[in-house]
Design a binder for this molecule. Sequence first.
Ligand SMILES: [Zn+2]
Length: 201
Amino acid sequence: LIESLASLPGIGPKSASRLAFHLLKQDANGLTEFGRRISELRTNLVTCATCHNIASESPCVICRDPGRDKSLLCVVEDALDVVALERSGQFRGRYHLQGGVLSPLEGIGPEQLKLRELEERVSKEGFKEVILALNPTVEGEATAHFVSKRLQQALSTQKNGVSPLKITRLAHGLPTGADLEYADETTLAHALEGRTVSSTQ
Ligand SMILES: [Zn+2]
């Protein structure tokens, strides 16, 4: 067990031993449940046909939820980004998983991403806003630029009274607890660009 745990990313032999001994102290039911979840990880999962997230059924719970805002679509790279955004509790729209970002060096072009599916959803589902929540890396920036252009092109060819679509990006800025003095110039420039009105209350 220690060996298996140590093979996980970010877990060294010491942490693996600690985790194994922690598990040893759990009651039998808890351990059985834990083991069951691991063994079912590959067998009970499907890809949601709508948003392409990993789910236990398709369409997934988020796509099926009538309480979520149908006019908002958030485009992300992968499933971990959905987990992070859901944890924030601030987004109540829907998602579209692109499956990565453009990376010519790694052979990832537009065809490898779920872009055609995105264009299709945008033209059919009547979103008012598409948020490109891609990572602020060089590849992420280039991909956001590319996707935004493609969506605009796709919508301009389809002139059947579709309401104008707002394409937005996440604000870039300083992380909470950061010190201005140590922020790099790109982060500072983005933080200035994305500044907001200070509340007077
Ligand atoms: Zn879904």
